[in-house]
Design a binder for this molecule. Sequence first.
Ligand code: RTP
Length: 135
Amino acid sequence: MTEKAFVMIKPDGVRRALIGKIVNRFEEKGLSLAWAEMMNVSREIAETHYGHLRDKPFFGDLVDYITSGPVFAMIVEGKGAVKNVRSLIGPTDPAAAPPGTIRGDYGVDVEENVIHGSDSPDNAVREIALFFNRM
Ligand code: RTP
């Protein structure tokens, strides 16, 4: 079934000019870009998006990082988009992410880990609404 995933190239990925290479990976996999916007994330949106991590010691740093420069926010669409996006991205910590995954190939830092992808279809709907104010 066609599904939508919310994907965000984080400020380090944008600063390092990785947008083209990363979008290419989703397209090569067979997923398509349904919408994309370069945007600055407000602290309010960052705090809502990462609300599940509010009690973590790194929460303040995480909000500072996500608001430190523009992100490239996307809706990636296709069959099993959420699962397929997560497998292309790889585990949270780039040091544990296998080569061939986006975090495995482009990241070294568990916090500044290049990219975000929704972890469930329900969260994809919530995140698309939060970042784009639409379904
Ligand atoms: P994301 O939501 O960004 O796709 O990441 P995720 O599901 O793989 O990981 P999650 O546990 O939801 O963490 C969200 C983001 O917080 C930062 N983080 N820092 N310092 C740390 O130990 C640490 N752990 C997580 C990362 O930027 C992670 O993507």
